[in-house]
Design a protein around this ligand. Structure first.
Ligand SMILES: [Zn+2]
Length: 317
């Protein structure tokens, strides 16, 4: 069965937490202390949500057939604030990933869930793909040394959405993206991406990531070609955002011609990226890149209405 995320979804601002007491004494438990120390080793993060949820979190062993269907050995049950652990022998492979969810998840008084970069209101859901991808990325960044198995196998966890989340982070900035994650602030990401593309295209991008996660990375829906099409659309979206930013910087005099061309080359390079799954072919750059350039040039010409020097459309190779 094909799973799609909600078509109509208004991204909301993150609710503020009523209780913001920090509970460092909770760090007496070794798993929480390890998580906290590794996550904050280079730069302090906003840990308000983490301490808030830590107040009531439960760790629970669950039987094999409990519904944790994919390869992870644990899951974070947001509604009840429970970390369910399937296989105790894999505990340290999975616990940090679940604690990242715990550290980025707010439930508002109406039961709406803001978890990292995803939002859920009743059955309506958006941003799950970006959220899981970025959670996996942070798990790699801070906790890969935890176990040998993790070091060896983590690249297999959510490779598509993780790659796309990394592309978004490159665009938004590492510190900003991390800060948005730990305050469950999807709206800020949407605002940034929308400025360089459009709101509709940004929502479409998030939905495409949801599709990839729900139909391929968490399930085995077999239409790999549709998944690849969505993946390519996501890449094209990110490249378009880059081209817009670079071209606008150029027409506003923030770079010279040479820098402009070099940056365009960099944007083009993103399109050539492919992850190592045999069936996938890279996006046809020669076909798509000039289309993106033309689309962006048109938008900028409309926006600046001849006040600025004309954008130079060049064949960047
Ligand atoms: Zn997860």
């Amino acid at each position: 069965m094909e799973i799609t995320s909600s078509v109509e979804y208004d991204i909301s601002a993150t609710p503020t937490l009523n209780v913001c007491n920090l509970h460092p004494e909770k760090l007496n438990k070794k798993i929480y202390k390890l998580f906290y120390d590794d996550l904050n080793r280079d730069r302090k993060k906003d840990m308000t949500i983490f301490f808030h949820n830590l107040e009531t979190v439960k760790l629970k062993r669950v039987p094999e057939n409990h519904g944790i269907t994919y390869s992870t050995a644990a899951q974070y049950n947001i509604d009840e604030n429970i970390i369910e652990i399937l296989k105790i022998d894999k505990f340290y492979d999975s616990i940090d990933h679940e604690l990242l969810h715990l550290a980025s998840c707010i439930v508002d008084k109406n039961g709406n869930i803001f978890s990292g970069f995803s939002q859920r209101r009743g059955d309506a859901l958006v941003g799950l793909g970006l959220d899981e991808g970025y959670t996996a990325l942070l798990d790699d960044r801070y906790f890969l040394h935890r176990t040998e198995r993790k070091e060896k196998n983590n690249h297999l966890i959510y490779p598509f959405v993780k790659t796309l989340a990394r592309r978004v982070e490159e665009f938004v900035g590492t510190e900003e993206m991390e800060d948005f994650y730990f305050t469950a602030d999807l709206l800020s990401i949407v605002k940034i991406l929308s400025y360089y593309t459009s709101l509709d295209e940004t929502i479409e991008f998030l939905k495409n990531m949801d599709y990839i996660l729900l139909n391929y990375e968490q399930a085995q829906f077999s239409n790999i070609f549709l998944v690849f099409k969505k993946y390519s659309e996501c890449m094209l979206f990110i490249v378009e955002a880059w081209v817009y930013r670079i071209a606008e910087g150029y027409i506003n005099g923030q770079m010279n011609n040479k820098e402009y061309l070099n940056l365009l080359k960099m944007a083009r390079h993103i399109l050539s990226y492919r992850i190592s799954i045999g069936l996938l072919k890279p996006v046809n750059i020669d076909k798509y890149f000039p289309k993106i350039e033309k689309k962006v040039a048109k938008k900028l010409e409309l926006k600046y209405r001849g006040e600025i020097k004309k954008i130079q459309l060049v064949d960047v190779v």
